[in-house]
Each structure stands twice: as C-alpha cells, then as structure tokens.
Design a protein around this ligand. Structure first.
Ligand code: MG
Length: 362
C-alpha cells in the first residue's frame, strides 16, 4: 500500500497574493519551509500528488501561457531538489463549470486512491483552506491546514509549512495496542516523536511513577490504561503492561528505516543500560534489591516488567545497577532505559532511508 500526501499548490507550495492567482514569474515565491518539508516526505517514502484549481479556461491566451509557464517552473525547481510529483491534478475550469476535477469535487482523486492502492490511514492532504480539509474528509484522509487561523476541523493546524510536513512524519511513528486476557485488560498509545507527555493509570502507584520516568526521559508520549487482577497480586498487570508497551513501540517503529538503533551504554545514578532494537528479545538484568516492595510495587516485578517489555519490543536490553536505596535504584533504571530508548528510536538524519543492518531486516 502506498503512503501519499496530496498537496494543494497556491497558498501551500507557493505563496498566494491575497485572493489572486500567481500569473507572472515575478510573483512566484515558495512558501518558507515547504521545500525542506516535501523533501523529508519524499525521503521517508511518501508519494506526492499536487492538486490545484487554476481557472485558466475563461481567460486570454497570453494569460493561459503564463499560468502554464509558472506550473512548469514550479515542477522544475522542485524536481531539482529531488521533489517529484507522482501525479498532478490541475483543474483549469471556471468555478461554475460542472467538471469533475475542480476541488472540492473529489472524483478524480478518488479514482487515483483506488488505482494506486493508497493506504488512507497513512495518507494526508495538506492545504491552506477549509475546503481542502473538506476534500480530505470526503476522501477519508487526515488533513493538515496551513494557516494562522486556529478554528478548523483539520487533523492538524499550523502556520509553519515545515512543521506541517514534520507532523506527517510524527504521525507515522505512533501506534495503538490493546490486549485483553482473563487477567488483564490494557490499552496503550505511543508516539515516538513526542515530548514525553503521558496519561498513565495501572492501579499501581509506584509503577505509574516509573512509567512516567520512562516516557518523560525518552520523549515518547504514552497514554496507557491497565486494569488487572490486583486482588491476586501485581504480577500480571506489571508483566502485561511490559508486553503491550514494548509491542506498541515496536509497531510505531514500523520497518525501523532511518533509526539510530543502538543506544550506547549510559551511566546515570548507578544504573547502566545498553539497548539494541535488534528484532531479538533478550534481557540481561543484574540488579539486586534489598526491599521486597517499593510503595505498592514488588521489587521482583521490575525484572519481570523489563523481560516482558523486551519480548514485546523484540529488543536486546542489558541493565545493571547498584546502590543503597531501592527507590532510587529502580528510578535510575527506568530513567536510564528511557534515555537509551530515546537515542535508539531517534531518526538518523544522515541515513533516513537506510536500514541500520547489513542483514536487510530488523
Ligand atoms: Mg490553496
């Protein structure tokens, strides 16, 4: 399935003089940030489709030639930057015409979506008007509106063209995961390119606190709800959260193209952690705790959590720590894993399309 970003032209790719068409080369000006943003999308495997209404039919021959020249110039300049459009839908009919190609009509784009096997869950429409948002909605796509106006039904609103394109990439690296057994019921959503925001409730206070450390220091956003058989003990809940969280991060990583993959061993408050998103599950856990519980969390479950986490994530994880205070020890472990995770899931800007493996798969 193909990932596609439909991109409006005037007001999005190029600046639009207030309510007017760009009808001479002197008026041609690219929107700041759009070239860098579109290049990021191309490098990340997105196909681009340009969509625009141009009203050229009912005008003079000279003006039609000018509009054609501008379109040619735009595609040539972008092509020189490695930005090529798979398809261009330019409607030249006047607004009153009953054509099928003028936005907000969507017949031609709908045909394209079908014939090109477009993955609608991973495709977007980027435009500057609310009618563009409506087109996206009709096609079942997410929409990004490029505007300073905040009131919009778009999926995302921003006045920054580069941020708009980066939103597409951020959205790609998120995932939801649900797991229901007779012992636990867990729902999680993660976004790898977040800010460390979280909303976590497992019913185990100290465990929630540790998971908060994990996401805050890895800059991964996490929404997590877990209800487990705590009347038996905490084990099932802690272990199953580990499985679901690991699996959700693995899902959000996609094919892992462009990631840093390795996190160097990290020393923080006596905890040492090394992580490899290798596709293989392995945990080395070399930590001894003196206390049976910290808060409402049995300390033996820390190892069980990370064993389940590595199983869900299919990663190799080495953890060792030593210290006097088990509260501090556990917190240091979660923080060190968080920092390792942050490094490992980060995109390597020098190798955005490369898989960090000679094997060809991770
Ligand atoms: Mg526009």
């Amino acid at each position: 399935m193909n990932k596609v970003v439909f991109v409006d032209r005037d007001g999005t790719i190029i600046r639009e003089p207030r309510g007017k068409q760009v009808d001479s080369l002197e008026k041609l000006e690219f929107t700041p940030g759009i070239i860098t943003g579109l290049k990021l999308l191309v490098d990340s495997g997105f196909k681009l489709v340009m969509v625009s209404n141009q009203n050229a039919r009912d005008t003079s021959r000279y003006r039609r030639q000018s509009l054609a020249l501008i379109q040619k110039k735009i595609t040539k300049l972008l092509s020189g930057e490695g930005i090529r459009f798979e398809k261009t839908f330019i409607c030249s009919h006047p607004p009153g015409d009953q054509c099928k190609c003028r936005k907000p009509r969507v017949e031609l784009m709908r045909k394209y979506l079908k014939s090109m096997k477009v993955d609608r869950d991973r495709s977007f429409l980027l435009g500057d008007r609310e009618t563009d948002v409506g087109v996206a909605s009709d096609l079942g796509l997410k929409s990004i509106r490029l505007t300073k106006i905040k009131s919009s039904s778009a999926t995302y609103v921003t006045a920054d063209a580069l941020d708009a394109c980066q939103f597409v990439l951020r959205s790609m690296r998120s995932a939801s995961m649900e797991r229901k057994t007779t012992e636990t019921e867990i729902a999680a959503w993660v976004s790898l390119d977040g800010s460390g925001a979280y909303d976590i409730a497992t019913g185990i206070g100290f465990f929630d606190h540790m998971l908060a450390q994990l996401v805050r220091h890895s800059h991964i956003d996490l929404m997590l709800r877990a209800s487990g058989d705590l009347h038996v003990d905490e084990h099932h809940t802690v272990e199953d959260v580990g499985i679901v969280l690991g699996a959700a991060i693995r899902k959000a990583l996609g094919d892992k193209r462009g990631i840093e993959r390795f996190a160097a061993p990290l020393d923080e408050a006596l905890a040492h952690v090394a992580l490899d998103l290798s596709g293989r599950s392995y945990l080395s856990f070399n930590c001894g705790f003196r206390r049976e519980r910290v808060g409402d969390l049995p300390t033996e479950l820390v190892e069980d959590f990370f064993r389940a986490f590595t199983a869900g994530l299919k990663a190799t994880l080495h953890i060792s720590c030593r210290g006097r205070n088990d509260h501090h020890n556990i917190e240091a472990i979660f923080k060190a894993v968080a920092r390792a995770l942050k490094l490992a899931v980060a995109l390597d800007c020098r190798a955005r399309t490369l898989l960090p493996s000679t094997k060809g798969t991770l």
